[in-house]
Design a protein around this ligand. Structure first.
Ligand code: FAD
Length: 441
């Protein structure tokens, strides 16, 4: 077995024997867990924290390959030069619950009929219950020429710790009169607002530096934003700031030598080539192959096939899902993870106690649409078709506000580190009710 780390703070002797016992590949008994959590991101950490203390030492295991846990929503501000990359990361070990075992590797494959998973090392773990929280993987490789283009200045992406600092550099070094292109791919993505947040931050920075810029947003979508109330507000902002919006444009190739980006119009199939000085790419995304290619667990799109309200798998009653990797038809955000965590507390808690899951997720999700280095539109909505606003504050949230920027930059990170990943923060529903004197969902 690769690296297995136990976070138990028990007596030294106990700890050593537990660790040694568990790494032995002969000892099947110690590789069985009451609850297996796959993925240690927002959803995995939150779920493990919630249940590890309830179930007790050694009953919960987390499988997560990385040592640094990033608060990805901060990368909008890191790319904008408003926070450092270091501020967005913490050691994984400091966030996982002490009572849980940590397997520091990936799940290679799932065997849901046997209640087991196989790790990259080839070892198997078995479980009574499992929560899948493997998120989305970034597919920069799907765009021809992009990986080479990342080696050149001006090409950047807030979606990866590898390329986010290039965004801040591209804004700083942007030439007067240059072209800045921002893209949105042709797949579901995490935080659908992030591709345009960095565009607004960049536009403001160019303007304040006295630089003229031609700014273009090329999106595969047919709308600027999926919720009409906020899309209307954003259309006003792009018109005021002279930003060119190109809908149904999908980035298919980057030519770093000539500094050109090639888009395909998804309806007409026409190819459009645009020169760039700055190119911010939001990559196509899909679920990791261990999940996406597993026909028993995933739907046709590769997402964990769960009931959108109970979060329980549609075929395997001992499997639940949380976060970006599931089929729940809501916008994929950490805010949605928080809302789902409350449902997980009720529903996984119920099945662990031999009862039926009763709680129903309302689709709550949120996207703080940063529109500059001091302003933000706080979009909050559900998963109805079409999605409807589900706002916390009794004010018009479609308006750009400094207070909402302060929340995004200073309050939300604290909620994440001390609330969500620790298993406490279940979203703002309680405040929504309070602000409406109880007359709200
Ligand atoms: C630039 C950017 C801006 C964003 N802005 C916001 C925002 O303003 N507000 C907001 O609410 N959300 C925002 N988000 C989205 C938010 O970060 C995600 O929705 C959230 O992190 C989802 O949590 P998750 O647990 O589903 O996935 P993740 O947090 O991505 O965690 C998935 C974990 O699974 C692990 N994993 C993958 N494959 C395997 C495997 N085979 N075995 C074991 N482990 C595996 C990964 O290493 C990872 O740690 C933003 C994201 C980005 C990138």
């Amino acid at each position: 077995m690769k690296a297995v780390k136990f976070l138990n703070t028990v007596s030294k002797t106990e700890n050593i024997s537990f660790r040694a016992f568990s790494v032995s590949s002969q000892c099947h008994a110690d590789k069985h867990f009451r609850l297996l959590v796959v993925g240690g991101g927002a959803g995995g950490c939150g779920t493990a924290s919630k249940f590890a203390s309830k179930l007790g030492k050694g009953k919960v295991a987390v499988i997560e390959p990385t040592t640094t846990h990033y608060y990805q929503p901060m990368w909008t501000l890191v790319g904008g030069g408003l926070k450092t990359l270091e501020q967005s990361g913490r050691p994984m070990e400091s966030l996982l619950p002490k009572e849980a075992a940590w397997f520091k590797e990936k799940v290679q494959s799932f065997q849901p009929d046997e209640n087991s998973v196989t790790l990259e090392s080839g070892d198997k773990l078995t479980y009574d219950y499992m929560v899948v929280a493997v998120g989305l993987q970034l597919r920069y490789d799907k765009i021809k020429g992009l990986l080479d283009a990342f080696e050149t200045p001006g090409v950047c992406s807030n979606y990866s710790d590898k390329y986010v600092l290039k965004t801040a550099a591209a804004i700083k070094n942007f030439p007067n009169g240059g072209n800045a292109l921002f893209t949105f791919p042709n797949t579901p993505i995490k935080c659908a607002g992030a591709p345009q947040k960095i565009m607004y931050i960049s536009e403001e920075a160019f303007r304040e530096a006295g630089k003229k810029a031609n700014i273009e947003f090329h999106s595969s979508l047919a709308v600027l934003f999926g919720v009409k109330k906020y899309a209307d507000a954003l259309w006003k902002i792009v018109e005021q700031r002279g930003i060119n919006i190109n809908l149904r444009h999908n980035l298919i190739e980057v030519k770093p030598d000539s500094k050109e980006a090639v888009f395909e119009h998804l309806d007409t199939k026409e190819l459009i080539t645009r020169p760039y000085d700055m190119l911010h790419v939001t990559p196509p995304m899909n679920t990791p192959p261990a999940l996406g290619e597993n026909k028993q667990l995933a739907n046709e799109g590769g997402f964990l096939d769960v009931d959108k309200e109970t979060l329980r798998h549609v075929k395997y009653p001992n499997i639940f899902g949380i976060g970006d990797c599931t089929s729940v038809p809501t916008a994929k955000t950490a805010a949605a993870v928080a809302g789902q965590l409350g449902i997980m507390r009720h529903n996984l808690g119920a099945v662990l106690a031999g009862k039926d899951p009763q709680a129903k997720y309302d689709g709550y999700t949120s996207c703080p649409l940063v529109t500059g280095r001091k302003t933000c539109v706080l979009a909050e909505f559900d998963f109805q078709a079409p999605p409807q606003p589900l706002e916390t504050f009794p004010i018009n949230q479609a308006k750009e506000r400094v207070t909402m920027y302060m929340m995004k930059a200073h309050v939300m990170p604290q909620l994440y580190w001390y609330g969500l990943v620790k298993g406490w923060w279940e979203g703002p529903a309680i405040f929504r009710k309070l602000f409406r004197f109880g007359f709200s969902k």
